[in-house]
Design a protein around this ligand. Structure first.
Ligand SMILES: [Zn+2]
Length: 236
């Protein structure tokens, strides 16, 4: 009965695929898997940074003198009008979770192969404002965390960071204009214990590192054992 059901499902999927083919976002190839956003070749040809195994890499250097980190890396280079930009846009503005899960799987694979990132107790997604979450329907960094779990299923997500309310963010904007640090953009959820835990902070794109620095500063208040950073992409 179960086999019959599985066969019927495969036929149904093939039938749907005939009318709604899944196309590779980069080359337009008709994809076989309904879970994919890129074909195998385009996924292989992404601009990988290969920095996860490298100590004192250029992403870690961004945070030197700003916040103590155990390790930091991003899996892809972000450039304008590239497939990486398309993936990020799909995730953030077209509600395409599959693009986020792909970024997460790529991070998960890189971490699995880079000993210095392990062990990890909790994944901490960078939060977005409640307003943005309502508009988008989800927090994109949470989707990336879910993708990491597809590769490393024993890890746990602990969304301990919260974005402060916009009225207070406004105050923060004034502070930034005055040249002060943006450490107070985030706050901790006191119901979640991360004391002595090894954290991996997850973001979609690293540009100046200001958001991540603020997030780390906030996280350190809860006295974790260590903080590392992993992002989908790094802006060149
Ligand atoms: Zn392709």
């Amino acid at each position: 009965m179960r086999i019959l059901y599985a066969k019927a499902l495969t036929y149904l999927q093939s039938f749907v695929h005939l009318f709604f083919p899944q196309l590779c976002l980069e080359c337009g190839t008709d994809l076989i898997s309904s879970h994919a956003v890129l074909c195998i070749l385009c996924e292989k040809n992404l601009p990988y940074t290969d920095l996860f195994k490298i100590e004192n890499n250029l992403i870690e250097k961004i945070f030197w003198g700003r916040v103590p980190l155990h390790a930091a890396s991003a899996v892809l280079y972000f450039t304008k009008n590239s497939i990486v930009q398309t993936l990020i846009f799909e995730l953030k503005y077209h509600q395409n979770k599959k693009a986020g899960w792909l970024l997460g799987r790529l991070i998960g694979t890189a971490i699995k192969e880079a000993e210095r990132f392990n062990p990890i107790d909790f994944l901490v997604p960078i939060p977005i404002s409640k307003k943005k979450q309502r508009q988008r329907g989800f927090n994109q960094t949470m989707i990336i965390c879910e993708g990491i779990l597809q590769v490393l299923p024993t890890l746990k997500i602990r969304p301990v960071l919260k974005k402060q309310k916009s009225s207070r963010s406004q105050t923060n904007k004034d502070r930034i204009q005055r040249g002060e640090k943006i450490a107070h953009v985030f706050e901790l959820d006191p119901s979640m214990d991360i004391k002595a835990a090894r954290l991996l902070l997850v973001d979609d794109v690293i540009t100046t590192g200001a958001t991540l620095e603020a997030a780390c500063t906030c996280l350190w208040e809860a006295q974790p054992f260590s903080i590392s950073i992993a992002a989908g992409a790094y802006t060149l």
